[in-house]
Design a protein around this ligand. Structure first.
Ligand SMILES: *Cc1c(COP(=O)(O)O)cnc(C)c1O
Length: 236
């Protein structure tokens, strides 16, 4: 069995044990393979082992892989910071954008979404540790922001994405995730299209699942330690 296939099985087992342990419904947590910095052939291996959704942070390298793997039926999620001049390629080549935190960006994605494609799935990135990270909408502004996004055509509001501040304290982590889950529940009550809470990465997926995550974004635990440093200001 290939290493990727083994790792994929192991992560799926970790997800299903957490789902059982925390009394979550079966199949309520999806796995997004975060493939930034890894070459197309490795993603192809993961796809051959059954993985269908991939998350990318850097547009240029993502476009190469999307093109290389165009023969496969895959879903692509953009999960990195978005500059205005990149929205056109994102709108053309991705199925989901999880890192929306400015209305101007949402409007551009809407205008640039090609007519022949389905509406673009959107998660709003929330920032509950305000002073620590610059990306994301604060919890105070979230509901007003969501109302605006929900009105923009060609976009479907699907939920929230959170990258919590790094901490070694599992209780702090749990509290942060719990807070985001409360915001998610409020949002889902208002908007029927909202069904996705994107939280949890390689190191904190179990806690995230315990607090209601519906999508975990896993890089390192699947592909191994990333070979090159990420550009500054980005999760590595
Ligand atoms: C890199 C990245 C991940 C994956 O992190 P790992 O710790 O490698 O699992 C998840 N989400 C975002 C937004 C990322 O940038």
């Amino acid at each position: 069995m290939s290493t990727i296939k083994k790792q994929l099985l192991e992560i799926k087992n970790r997800i299903s044990s957490a789902v059982k342990k925390y009394d979550r419904p079966n199949h309520s947590v999806h796995l997004l393979a975060v493939s930034k910095t890894w070459p197309s052939n490795l993603l192809r291996e993961a796809a051959m082992a059954g993985q269908t959704s991939f998350g990318e942070n850097y547009l240029q390298e993502a476009l190469v892989k999307i093109n290389d793997l165009a023969d496969l039926d895959l879903q692509w999620h953009f999960i990195g910071p978005i500059q205005s001049n990149k929205t056109s390629d994102i709108a053309k080549h991705f199925d989901w954008v999880q890192s929306v935190d400015r209305i101007k960006i949402a409007q551009r994605l809407s205008k640039q979404r090609p007519i022949e494609l389905a509406d673009l799935n959107i998660c709003i990135q929330v920032n509950i540790d305000n002073e620590i990270s610059k990306s994301g909408v604060s919890s105070a502004n979230l509901m007003a922001f969501a109302e605006q996004v929900n009105q923009i055509e060609r976009l479907t509001l699907r939920g929230l994405m959170i990258i919590p501040a790094k901490t070694d304290d599992p209780e702090k982590q749990r509290a942060a995730f719990k807070h985001v889950h409360q915001l998610f529940t409020q949002l889902a009550d208002l908007y029927p299209t909202v069904d996705t809470l994107s939280m949890g990465m390689s190191d904190d997926m179990d806690i995230a699942i315990s607090q209601g995550s519906t999508l975990v974004r896993i890089g390192t635990a699947l592909f191994g330690k990333r070979p090159t440093p990420a550009p500054s200001g980005q999760v590595h």
